[in-house]
Design a protein around this ligand. Structure first.
Ligand code: NAD
Ligand code: UD2
Length: 314
């Protein structure tokens, strides 16, 4: 198949590109490299074409999609904080950009459309675990745009016969995740700080938990969704149904790094949720999803990757 991957130069996108190429597909990456990096991609691969361009640009999007059999739409301003700081700019990417991709799919009669939604649309829910029928409460521009994107995708399904697969990602982690912002994923921050022997901060008592998903498990699911003919068209949670709290994460990192970590505990962040856990029965049943990387294994691989990266930059 020929597959357009928007945001293919990013953390998740680049892992997906690697897997799609391994499965012998032709891959077109459309990315403006605002947060993604060319160095995440196998630039010399003969089956890979990279278009440096913006999903806000209609012509670019239409040209990129031409001749494709499927679209995986991952490009977004993925930082919730950025959406709060700059709602107009992020909206143009996160919602209007999605609509442009949908129009391109319609124009070129592309049916398969895989979309990265987010658990952020559930907001600060007390419900545990969170199932797809849990009331939605998007609390930020980022979450509102993800939810509106879901509604647009469903409109194109009903109106034009689009065959979408929509996934609500929980906390994804792994190699290539950017640790540079205070709002980056906690695992990427802890990894980098451990390797650099820097102190790290836990906001709260460290007992808050998340449903962490190793990136290789996620991209296997996304690649399967591209290839499958009749997946569930309803949005599906992507979590593992397991909780890991920050103190447990730190214990694991201590174990395999052999380092004595400098950890300080500070006030919880405003609006932080205590626990987040996915009910993932839908994705397991409909997509035959099963986790291959328990958190401890994924962490270990991720740590080794950050270690190699820090050694190569010395
Ligand atoms: P990322 O920032 O590494 O990837 C986003 C990619 O989109 C980058 O390569 C960036 O350069 C590109 N991009 C941004 N704006 C663009 C534009 N206007 N035109 C073209 N390309 C543009 O983030 P990620 O973590 O890999 O996220 C991928 C997707 O998954 C996003 O849609 C994000 O919202 C979603 N998601 C991620 C998580 C997570 O835990 N990482 C959780 C929920 C949802
Ligand atoms: C995720 C998203 C966020 C938003 C939110 C919605 C990421 C990176 N963040 O936030 O954008 O969608 O879900 O619910 O995907 N922490 C520390 N020390 C640090 C960094 C974080 O203690 O240096 C804590 C943080 O306060 C939180 C936990 O670690 O309690 C996880 O933080 P996160 O930003 O990795 O993920 P989350 O689920 O809070």
């Amino acid at each position: 198949m020929k597959i357009l991957v928007t945001g293919g130069g990013g953390f998740i996108g680049s892992h997906l590109v690697d897997l799609l190429l391994k499965r012998e597909h032709v891959v077109i990456v459309l990315d403006n490299f605002s947060t993604g990096k060319r160095s995440n991609l196998p630039l010399e691969h003969p089956q890979l074409k990279i278009i440096e361009g913006d999903i806000r640009d209609t012509d670019t999007v239409f040209q990129a999609a031409e001749g494709c059999d499927a679209i995986v739409h991952l490009a977004a301003v993925a930082s919730v904080q950025a959406s709060v700081d700059e709602p107009i700019g992020t909206h143009e990417v996160n919602l209007v950009g999605t609509v442009k991709l949908l129009e391109a799919a319609k124009q070129h009669s592309i049916k398969r459309f895989v979309f990265a939604s987010s658990a952020a649309i559930y907001g600060n829910t007390e419900v545990m675990p969170v199932s797809e029928s849990t009331p939605l409460s998007p609390l930020t521009p980022y979450a509102a745009d993800k939810l509106a994107s879901e509604y647009y995708i469903d409109f194109y399904r009903r109106q034009y016969g689009l065959s979408p697969a929509v996934f609500r990602f929980f906390n994804i982690f792994g190699p290539r995740q950017d640790p540079s912002s205070p709002y980056s994923g906690v695992i990427s921050i802890f990894m980098q700080r451990t390797i650099n022997d820097q102190p790290m901060t836990v906001f709260g008592d460290g007992e808050q938990s998340r449903d962490f998903v190793y990136v290789a498990d996620l991209v296997q699911l996304l690649a399967d969704a591209v290839e499958k003919q009749n997946p569930n068209h309803l949005p599906m949670n992507v979590g593992n149904g397991t909780q890991t709290n920050l103190n447990q994460l730190l214990d694991l990192i201590r174990d395999f790094s052999g380092k004595k970590l400098a950890v300080s505990y500070e006030e919880s962040r405003l609006g932080d949720i205590k626990h987040s856990l996915a009910d993932n029965r839908a994705v397991c049943e409909k997509m035959d999803y099963h986790r291959q990387y328990p958190v401890a294994l994924g962490l270990r691989i991720t740590y080794d990757w950050y270690l190699t990266k820090s050694e190569s930059s010395i």
